[in-house]
Design a protein around this ligand. Structure first.
Ligand SMILES: *Cc1c(COP(=O)(O)O)cnc(C)c1O
Length: 342
């Protein structure tokens, strides 16, 4: 079974140019010293893409925009938090493809600073020419988006509404493909990764990776996810459900159960978008050792989770680990206050 066999019946637009690199973080390993317990740490650079600053949402958007275009839509309405990377990349992708873009952004994080509200992703959303509607915490973004969609319809257009994080079943296909890409690279390198470490936000990336792992006959529990949005129990149930729905959509008979997924709640801290000391340390150590940028909401927490798992022996000494760098560096500017504090 190849990615093409599985995915070629789904409409897709190309937003990436080929595979993203896999590289060893040798300087980081050196800086960690005994803390790394002989673990080899590699990075899959999904932060390194040529459009809109890059990031994991572009993989989902290839299929989501493919679907929107096949349905004859001229506008994408994307829902997200104020500092949503998905919203930013939807805006960039629409600019590239020639679609109108509207972003319905909800206050999901209690940060009122000017930089949080207007810098980082919000600044880029505007530069990419999207229309922004910012809703208060608890407002119904789905209802707002549906209302905009019907206004657009009444003026002769057609809107496609993309939900939080783009994690519909179609959106999940981006990381079904991503998992095949990783498998191909690991075969080319002659390297077997014992674990892939990821953040889990809306769960679409995890679901796609896990579904592809199951299809390839692998063990999805070796993907070590760190939830950054929902509590671990709820995250497991929601992600299991997504994996199984994706498998079903791909006409596969395999199914997963909660024990098949590994999701830790240890890095959630005060909740979605709330900085933690371990996140700040992770962002700094990767910056100082490698000159690479993690983001404060997802990657920083997942990386801190990987260090904790090495320390606790969840990742066995001497393993090969692939850390999936998912992008989101514009978020750093929105969190300058949290990152600068001593
Ligand atoms: C959205 C996002 C994630 C999480 O992906 P989900 O599919 O929502 O779980 C991870 N990292 C970054 C930078 C993101 O923007």
């Amino acid at each position: 079974m190849t990615a093409t066999d599985l995915l070629n019946r789904f409409p897709r637009v190309r937003l990436m140019q080929g595979s993203t690199p896999v590289q060893r973080l040798a300087r980081l390993e050196h800086m960690l010293g005994d803390r790394r317990k002989g673990v080899s740490i590699w990075a899959k650079r999904d932060d390194l893409m040529e459009l809109g600053g890059g990031g994991n949402k572009l993989r989902k958007l290839e299929f989501l925009i493919g679907q929107a275009k096949s349905e004859g839509c001229n506008t994408i309405i994307a829902i997200g938090g104020v500092q949503s990377n998905f919203a930013r990349l939807a805006a960039a992708a629409c600019a590239r493809i020639g679609l109108s873009c509207e972003l319905v952004l909800v206050q999901m994080v209690p940060r009122e600073s000017e930089i949080y509200q207007a810098n980082g992703n919000v600044l880029l959303d505007q530069l990419f020419g999207a229309r922004l509607d910012i809703l208060a915490e608890g407002d119904d973004a789905g209802a707002f988006a549906a209302c905009r969609a019907s206004e657009i319809a009444s003026s002769g257009g057609k809107a496609f509404v993309a939900t939080l994080g783009g994690s519909t079943l179609i959106g999940c296909l981006g990381y079904v493909d991503g998992a095949f890409e990783i498998a191909m690279q690991s075969a080319e390198m002659g390297m077997a990764f014992d674990h892939i470490v990821i953040p889990n936000g809306s769960g679409g990336m995890h679901a796609g990776l896990a579904a592809a792992t199951v299809i390839a006959g692998g063990d999805p529990s070796r993907i070590l996810a760190h939830t950054v949005l929902s509590p671990a129990d709820a995250c497991v149930l929601a992600t299991v459900d997504k994996v199984n729905s994706v498998l079903q959509m791909l006409s596969r008979n395999e199914r997963v159960e909660p024990k098949d997924l590994t999701i830790s709640g240890g890095q959630l801290g005060g909740g979605y978008g709330m900085p933690t000391p371990d996140m700040v340390e992770a962002v700094k150590i990767v910056g100082r050792s490698e000159g690479l940028l993690l983001d404060p909401v997802y990657g920083g927490k997942a990386f801190a989770g990987m260090l904790a798992d090495i320390e606790a022996g969840v990742i066995a000494a001497g393993s090969n680990v692939l850390f999936l760098m998912t992008g989101g560096s514009p978020g750093l500017y929105a969190y300058a206050d949290a990152l600068n504090s001593k």
